[in-house]
Design a protein around this ligand. Structure first.
Ligand code: PA5
Length: 449
């Protein structure tokens, strides 16, 4: 069986062999700190044992709940924000048909998302579709009190109850939340919604291999056991050794920090396949929220090539030299399209006839890497054999483990997010939330004309 591997050959000239080898010493300290749960935020390391710690019974329960939702729904709305929805969306988008709503017969159910922003136009458009469909909701919030998903759920629950009545609606709602605490837990208990638990020691952005990610993924018809199998393979490689040559997560954590210390403060995650767009979005959240604190951290950014070569490509080639790139490099696409011969050949493309489109994509990628390296942008590649659930499992665990190691290298707590509270306090003060009276007075004073 092949593995996900980190290829650093295009870092030559940016990192010396000595710098690379010397970093192993730091990893020999950091890796045991993570594995022996002695680092910052060590009460949030439950994800280290996801997948190996998930029981067969739990997987059965997830599969059964997914089958029930699939049987009664044309559309399933996944309500959540940040780590409570991005992991599931990342995996689902890698597996779905790019034009699934127009397939005939349509793929069923279609997974859509809500509660990840506050747009009322988006919500109104969604309700237009839902009121004419058979639909259900998976509502996910560990705290059970996050404003965006709580508001979305209030609106959707109201709509479900209008369509199906209170009892009918309760059969179409699954809640994923804390085992004991929070408003969502209370509501779920009161209304009798089936519930799955976000483990106490697993933070939102590390929760994709818990019911938070697995239930929506299973509802999308993706075999979660394959994902867990792939993740378990990576778990084994990551846990066994700090050796960068054996442990790709350690290697990635090391290399990005060597580059950061040399002034490369911005990492662009590059994809050449739109199906990987949400993997980058999830990675941005995982790394941005885990590392960006105490006035430090690598800024995670994402680009989709070749599309963005016609926009951001200029900056990457020629702008401020603070960037390095990590490319998600897929060996084998799901499908093949051969370029046809054309008699007139007015576009001059007959030299490509008989080749497949991915061959051209690959050459565009290689050409871009070489050009960016020439423009002083260090490049590394994450080789992914295929975009299958198995390899997506490997990729998820790889990124989670590397993020934790990298956070420890940066000497931050990769499992908290204190900075996220600032906007919430201002928003609550502006909205006049009970308990925020003093903040409301101060903020009104501040914004007075
Ligand atoms: O990764 C995180 O911890 C956050 O992004 C949370 O997932 C996000 O804020 C949603 O929180 P909750 O699940 O409590 O609604």
């Amino acid at each position: 069986m092949k593995h996900i591997e980190l290829d650093i050959r295009h870092l030559e000239g940016f990192i010396t062999k000595n710098e690379y080898n010397a970093f192993q010493k730091e990893l020999n300290v950091i890796h045991p700190m993570l594995m022996n749960r002695r680092g910052k935020g060590s009460d949030f390391l439950g994800w280290l044992d996801l997948p190996s710690g998930i029981s067969d019974n739990e997987i059965d329960a997830i599969e059964n709940a997914a089958a029930e939702l699939r049987a009664i729904s044309q559309i399933v709305v996944v309500v959540g924000i940040g780590g409570s929805y991005l992991g599931a969306r990342a995996v689902i988008e890698t597996q779905k048909h790019a034009f699934s709503p127009w397939l005939s017969p349509a793929a069923s159910p279609e997974i859509v998302y809500a509660g990840h922003q506050l747009s009322q136009d988006y919500m109104a458009d969604l309700l237009d579709v839902l009121e004419k469909s058979a639909w259900s909701v998976i509502v996910i919030s560990k705290s059970g009190t996050t404003t965006e998903p709580a508001l979305a759920f209030r609106i959707l629950k109201n709509q479900l109850e209008k369509q199906y009545g209170k009892q009918g609606a309760a059969k179409r709602i699954v809640a994923i939340t804390d085992e004991k605490r929070g408003a969502l837990k209370q509501l779920a208990t009161q209304e009798g919604y089936p519930t799955f638990v976000v483990p106490d020691d697993v933070g939102g952005r590390y929760s994709v291999l818990s019911p938070v990610g697995l239930l929506p993924i299973a509802v999308a018809g993706i075999p979660v056991r394959e994902i867990l199998k792939g993740a378990a393979e990576m778990e084994n490689r990551v846990k066994t050794t700090p050796d960068m040559e054996q442990n790709p997560a350690a290697k990635y954590a090391a290399v990005r920090n060597i580059l950061y210390r040399k002034g490369k403060a911005v990492e662009f995650m590059v994809n050449y396949l739109p199906a990987l767009y949400y993997i980058t979005e999830w990675w941005k959240q995982l790394y941005g929220e885990s590392e960006g604190k105490q006035n430090r951290g690598i800024l995670p950014h994402g680009v989709s090539f070749t599309t963005d070569l016609h926009s951001m490509g200029q900056y990457i080639q020629d702008g401020l030299r603070v960037i390095f790139e990590t490319t998600l490099s897929v060996e084998k696409t799901k499908r093949e399209i051969l370029i046809p011969e054309d008699d007139a050949n007015l576009d001059g493309l007959n030299y490509l006839a008989g080749k497949d489109l991915q061959y051209v994509n690959k050459m565009a990628g290689l050409g871009t890497t070489l050009a960016h390296v020439d423009g002083s942008v260090p490049n590394m590649h994450i080789h992914i054999p295929e975009i299958t659930p198995y390899y997506m499992g490997q990729l998820i665990y790889f990124f989670e483990a590397a993020c934790a190691l990298s956070g420890y290298i940066l000497d931050v707590n990769p499992f908290d997010q204190p900075g996220v509270e600032a906007y919430k306090r201002n928003m609550f003060a502006l909205l006049g939330k009970p308990g925020f009276e003093e903040e409301t007075r101060k903020i009104q004073e501040r914004i007075k004309e």
